[in-house]
Design a protein around this ligand. Structure first.
Ligand SMILES: CC(C)(COP(=O)(O)OP(=O)(O)OC[C@H]1O[C@@H](n2cnc3c(N)ncnc32)[C@H](O)[C@@H]1OP(=O)(O)O)[C@@H](O)C(=O)NCCC(=O)NCCS
Length: 147
């Protein structure tokens, strides 16, 4: 059984660490703003076991003119369960939630190797690639939730 639940920042770490910060100190898995009241964390559970996470931060990018923006961070699915549609379900859940909260646009810094996944879920690249030290090459990607 698949279920998506609201989780705490702390609960995301068991997925963020092996997938996004493999071999790095646990402290590197915590993001600024993780504990803010307007930050939302969701977990995808399969048979009660956490398999994937996504976090939504209230954060505007100057690249966009929309007033109400949300930034996705910490998107990850445990390696054994990648490619089974869990990532897509998490993104769709995030979009549905943010629409109800009147968010106009979603953006994020996408790892180069995840760009194809986000394109499949309807996101576009804006601008050139850039390096995030010790994480790698990224692109800003975005999608409007309302016109
Ligand atoms: C990127 C990630 C979140 C995608 O989640 P997932 O559960 O593996 O993806 P899904 O199974 O939902 O894939 C949805 C679609 O995207 C495609 N896809 C998945 N990962 C892809 C990738 N890296 N590149 C290109 N296409 C990809 C799938 O084939 C699927 O296509 P389909 O609808 O035609 O079948 C996951 O693979 C992951 O955690 N990767 C490592 C960490 C990472 O890069 N996170 C993103 C940081 S910005």
């Amino acid at each position: 059984m698949i279920e998506i639940r609201n989780i705490s920042a702390q609960e995301t770490i068991t997925v963020r660490h092996p997938v996004l910060r493999k071999g790095k100190p646990i402290e590197s898995c915590y993001f600024d703003g993780d504990e803010l009241v307007n930050t939302q964390h969701f977990g995808l559970y399969q048979n009660d076991k956490l398999e994937g996470v996504i976090s939504l931060f209230e954060n505007n990018s100057l690249l966009f003119k929309e007033k109400h923006q949300s930034q996705i961070r910490g998107m990850a699915v445990l390696e054994n369960n990648q490619g089974k549609g869990f990532g897509r379900q998490l993104v769709e859940h995030a979009e549905k939630t943010l629409k109800l909260q009147n968010i106009d646009l979603i953006w994020f810094n996408a790892r180069e190797n995840a760009v194809g996944f986000y394109q499949k879920t309807g996101y576009e690249i804006i601008g050139n690639s850039f390096d995030i030290p010790s994480v790698g090459i990224h692109y800003v990607m975005w999608k409007k939730l309302r016109s």
